[in-house]
Design a binder for this molecule. Structure first.
Ligand code: HEC
Ligand code: HEC
Ligand code: HEC
Ligand code: HEC
Length: 487
């Protein structure tokens, strides 16, 4: 099993979870309850509402939970672990977050948010269900499942019956497994091993989408919802319930030695996040009442202290990447900064265009909405080109080191003047360090040895109000130097 040193720690800035998940002992009961719920949904749901976007049918978590399927107590299946259900709801790790996503809508924080918004019971409000349950987008799935298997793997109606038929009977089991996987994909299983597909799936909820109930507006945040922060590769590892070995390589990529390319996953994740943000900004989501939708902007440009004395005190820092006049709130450019670093290394032909269009977009934000929307559309094209460049290139262990250098190069690090960008930089180096471990460039022990440096950098971006750019630069600098020393 790939070891991601330190990833299962509970004190990450975003690692806040309630102990709402049943113990192992209660698991069997839960499975039975889920089964009953799924059958109920199955029988009573009107057919027109039980169709996914592709027309495929959602079957609910219970249909995956059999003890001969994904409901084993130990991860000892011959092809896949088969204890995925248990990992999905493991209370001690962020991996259990999706199973309790609906349950949190009943907690005090959700009640507080709902009262502020005047939306009644949050557990029934589409504004919340869109991301906190499969039911938000697939009405036939039981809301109680939270974010179930099919939210990510796709509606199982088309492949449920065929995907577990025995393998290994053929003279060429590897080819047979590969063939079966391809057949499942064409029957509607999502190709989550593909970074572009996976990023699209996660970003629907970990950034937002145009679908009903899948967007956290500034009003929802002001009502008490946490700010959403995301990094595809890191969050994938945090919720992983699978294991990459030779048969995984065969199934997913058609070669025993192929594994997930974590640097690529990170880079594609950055491009997808900003692509989604720019796309939504161009739609009606881009405004709220007579105002721009503040979600798209740098939170701290508005949420600062005011000094009014004779001797002026500036609370912001000059940022060479943002060509917007002082006094106006800039677009949240956390992913654009990461993308600038990735482009220099992995798609240099597009790096200048990205820089020019990023600057033009920031500048257009100070002109009028029409100009900003037009500049966003142009920038989106560059981002899309970068995304395909990353997706069609493979990254080596040496690239991971070069990427850490790129993220910490002066031209890039001068742009870490706000909280979100700085937090994205720390997640970036953490994920790249893990990529070095999984590609064998760095040993697990060596990575664990510098965990303290990474954790100090995380500490500098833990509390938005305590964030100080200079302190961040210092601890980030030592984390980067510690990684460099492993080269
Ligand atoms: C765009 C998707 C999306 C929508 C819409 C959304 N949420 Fe969330 N919510 C998330 C994500 C993602 C997290 C986890 C944030 C993190 O840890 O990065 C979260 C976290 C939370 C938390 C904190 C979870 C915890 O374990 O304490 C609460 C409470 C919450 N949401 C309630 C709500 C309520 C109430 C609504 C409706 C008003 C809502 N959410 C709408 C995506 C969404
Ligand atoms: C938040 C998204 C998400 C949810 C929810 C989710 N998975 Fe996954 N799952 C993934 C990702 C990403 C992978 C790794 C990529 C891949 O191999 O498909 C994965 C991998 C797997 C694998 C290994 C596939 C292989 O061929 O080796 C199995 C089996 C699996 N999941 C079953 C489940 C089951 C059962 C549930 C529900 C109890 C579930 N998953 C819920 C995202 C999710
Ligand atoms: C249908 C919406 C949805 C989809 C799709 C989704 N998530 Fe989530 N995810 C959530 C919500 C809501 C939460 C917060 C639940 C909570 O805190 O109780 C969450 C929490 C998480 C957490 C825990 C974060 C923490 O603060 O501990 C991780 C890790 C995560 N998601 C990874 C992923 C990945 C990787 C994907 C794509 C493979 C993905 N998610 C797809 C809705 C979704
Ligand atoms: C363009 C300016 C602007 C931006 C950018 C902005 N906010 Fe706000 N925020 C406001 C205003 C105005 C209020 C309402 C204050 C009031 O009601 O007195 C507010 C209120 C809030 C509140 C409620 C608590 C409070 O102090 O009233 C939270 C939480 C919040 N914002 C979070 C965020 C987050 C997170 C971001 C970034 C994603 C963000 N804001 C971006 C202007 C902004």
């Amino acid at each position: 099993m790939t070891t991601h040193a330190g990833k299962e720690r509970a004190d990450r800035p975003w690692a806040v979870f309630a102990a709402l998940v049943p113990t192992r002992a209660a698991l069997a009961t839960l499975v039975l309850m889920l089964l009953a719920l799924a059958i109920a949904a199955f029988v009573f749901a009107p057919p027109a509402r039980s169709q996914g976007e592709s027309g495929a049918r959602y079957t609910g978590v219970a249909s995956c939970a059999g003890s001969t399927c994904h409901g084993r107590m130990e991860g000892d299946g011959t092809v896949v672990r088969q204890d995925e259900l248990m990992k999905w709801q493991e209370p001690s790790t962020p991996g259990g977050a999706h199973s309790r996503a609906w349950a949190v809508l009943g907690n005090n924080r959700s009640q507080f948010i709902a009262r502020n918004l005047g939306i009644g019971d949050p557990a029934k409000a589409q504004m919340c269900l869109g991301c906190h349950s499969t039911a938000g987008t697939a009405r036939a799935a039981p809301a109680e499942d939270g974010v179930g298997c099919e939210s990510c793997h796709g509606p199982a109606g088309g492949w449920l019956a065929s995907h577990y038929a025995g393998v290994g009977t053929n003279a060429d089991p590897e080819r047979e497994m590969r063939g079966k996987h391809l057949a499942n994909l064409s029957a509607g299983l999502k190709k989550l091993e593909d970074p572009v597909v996976r990023a699209g799936v996660c970003v629907d909820c970990h950034y937002g989408s145009a679908a009903d109930g899948q967007f956290v507006t500034h009003r929802i945040m002001a009502a008490g919802h946490p700010r959403i922060s995301f990094e595809l590769d890191l969050f994938s590892s945090l919720q992983a319930h699978h294991q990459e070995d030779a048969d995984y390589g065969w199934r997913k990529f058609g070669a025993a030695n192929r594994r997930t390319d974590h640097v690529q996953m990170w880079a594609v994740g950055q491009a997808t996040a900003i692509e989604r943000s720019l796309a939504l900004f161009q739609t009606r989501r881009g405004t709220e009442g007579m105002f721009p939708e503040f979600t798209f902007l740098d939170c701290h440009s508005c949420h600062r202290r005011i000094f009014d004395q004779a001797k002026p005190v500036r609370t912001g820092l000059d940022n060479p990447g943002r060509s917007i006049p002082e006094g106006m709130p800039p677009y949240n450019d956390e992913n654009l900064i990461m993308l600038a670093a990735a482009a220099r290394l992995a798609a240099p032909a597009l790096a200048d265009q990205l820089a020019i269009r990023t600057a033009a977009f920031h500048k257009a934000m100070a002109t009028d909405r029409q100009s900003a929307v037009a500049a966003a559309a142009q920038l989106s094209q560059t981002v899309a080109a970068l995304k395909s460049a990353f997706a069609s290139r493979s990254f080596s262990g040496a690239d991971a080191f070069a990427m850490v250098d790129a993220i910490s190069a002066k031209a890039i690090s001068d742009r870490y003047t706000d909280y979100s960008g700085s937090q994205q930089a720390v997640m970036g180096v953490d994920t790249l360090l893990n990529a070095m471990v999984s590609s064998g460039r760095v040993t697990v022990g060596a990575a664990a040895g510098i965990r303290g440096d990474i954790d100090r950098a995380y500490a500098a971006v833990k509390d938005p109000n305590a964030y100080k750019p200079s302190e961040f630069q210092a601890s980030f600098g030592s984390a980067v130097r510690a990684i460099g020393a492993l080269r």
